[in-house]
Design a binder for this molecule. Structure first.
Ligand code: NAD
Ligand code: ZN
Length: 360
């Protein structure tokens, strides 16, 4: 048995208003005045001076707004990387991602591609990255994915939706300022928050679970139950706690794995472009068989917050389209092995997945 040796985020700052320290934090990392910091910022903040006026631009630093209607693609990473290389004579001093999982994953991927040849699609998989990334900072503005703490960046490529999982992927610095999440719309808050809840359920009910994962997973789950089911928290407390739940949920899956909901949600995402948070919810809603207790509580949370999930997503799909989703889902072998056990291939059939997808 050989145990995994995990890299972690090397520095993290937590607190309401800690975003104001960004300039001081990155200043020592500036290599010279011609090596800019590139800020990749979720375009929802365009024109929002409350946030953008606090981005410490100096010298030739550049702010690039990134669209988030769609999840990041390898082609988008390649384009951004090329744009940055062509705009400056020097390699940047660092990449700073300000936004949700989409923006943070883009920042991670671009920081890797600035020091590695070829296309981002060449690095989708496990431990394919050869050279260390440039300095990269993650600043979440919505909580739940755990992208701020994970060793992956999930990308849709021409052939698959798969992460760049590597020791160079985690951020060098994370700024956890829960105040940045104050304007997240309710539905999005729920969907991305449920990503965290589902990480906990899939990790805690998986065969890969160990004491390390369990300790983080239990804490994150306890926080999720408090945030999504109780009435006692102020808005600020709920923001603070969800940011920490996201962190702990990410730490929990670092040493275990996600499970059935994520595997099937990747299928929906690849074929239909369904986004990660809502896709996980759509799938999880039908997984009583695998996670009875977790799904029951999920339905309570959904009812409490008046959330309606889209129905009939797969109603008009052809057999060929079902096959594409099933292929994507089944290709994520570690997720199934975690969820079901070593002999999962005997238990999870294509017919089973088709019947589940048909309900969505
Ligand atoms: P997101 O980043 O796509 O953002 C969702 C929406 O919320 C967007 O419209 C965005 O503009 C908006 N938003 C974000 N912050 C806001 C704020 N403060 N105020 C108002 N609106 C705000 O969503 P997400 O759920 O955070 O991330 C999903 C992505 O993360 C997917 O691409 C998924 O694959 C990836 N992911 C990555 C990991 C990882 O470990 N790397 C883990 C889980 C998910
Ligand atoms: Zn997830």
């Amino acid at each position: 048995m050989s145990y995994k040796n995990y890299p972690m985020v090397s520095r993290v700052i937590f607190g309401r208003g800690s975003f104001n320290q960004l300039g001081d934090i990155i200043a020592p990392k500036r290599r010279n005045i011609k090596a800019p910091f590139i800020f990749l910022v979720d375009d929802v903040f365009k024109g929002n001076s409350w946030l953008t006026s606090r981005i410490p631009l100096a010298y030739q630093d550049k702010l690039i707004y990134v669209p988030t209607e769609e999840e990041p693609k390898t082609s988008q990473v390649d384009k951004l990387t090329e744009e940055i290389i062509l705009s400056f004579n020097e390699r940047p001093s660092g990449i700073i991602g300000v936004g949700g999982g989409t923006t943070m994953d883009l920042a991670k991927a671009v920081s890797i591609m600035l020091t590695n040849d070829g296309s981002a699609k060449d690095y989708q998989g496990w431990d394919l990255v050869k050279n260390p990334a440039i300095y990269h900072v993650g600043i979440p503005t919505i909580s739940g994915t755990g992208a701020e703490v994970s060793r992956t960046t999930v990308l849709t490529g021409p052939e698959r939706k798969l992460g760049i999982n590597s020791d160079y992927t985690p951020f060098d610095q994370v700024i956890l300022d829960p105040e940045l999440t104050k304007d997240v719309p309710k539905e999005q808050w729920f969907f991305t928050g449920m990503d965290c809840y589902i990480h906990c359920i899939e990790s805690l009910n998986g065969t890969f679970l160990n004491a390390f994962s369990k300790s983080y997973g239990e804490k994150a789950l306890e926080l999720c139950l408090e945030i999504f089911l109780e009435n006692s928290l102020t808005a600020e407390e709920a923001q603070d706690k969800l940011m920490m739940a996201s962190w702990h949920g990410g730490m929990s899956i670092a040493y275990s794995q996600v499970g059935v909901a994520h595997a099937m949600s990747y299928g929906l995402g690849y074929l239909l472009g369904t986004k990660h948070g809502i896709g996980n919810c759509i799938v999880f809603d039908h997984l009583e068989e695998y996670y009875p207790e977790g799904v029951k509580i999920f339905k309570d949370m959904k009812a409490k917050h008046d959330i309606e999930l889209p129905q009939g997503l797969c109603a008009d799909l052809s057999d060929a389209e079902f096959d594409i989703m099933i292929d994507v889902a089944l290709s994520l072998e570690p997720l199934w092995e975690n969820a079901i056990g070593k002999n999962w291939k005997k238990k999870v059939t294509r017919e089973k997945l088709k019947s589940l997808y048909s309900k969505m």
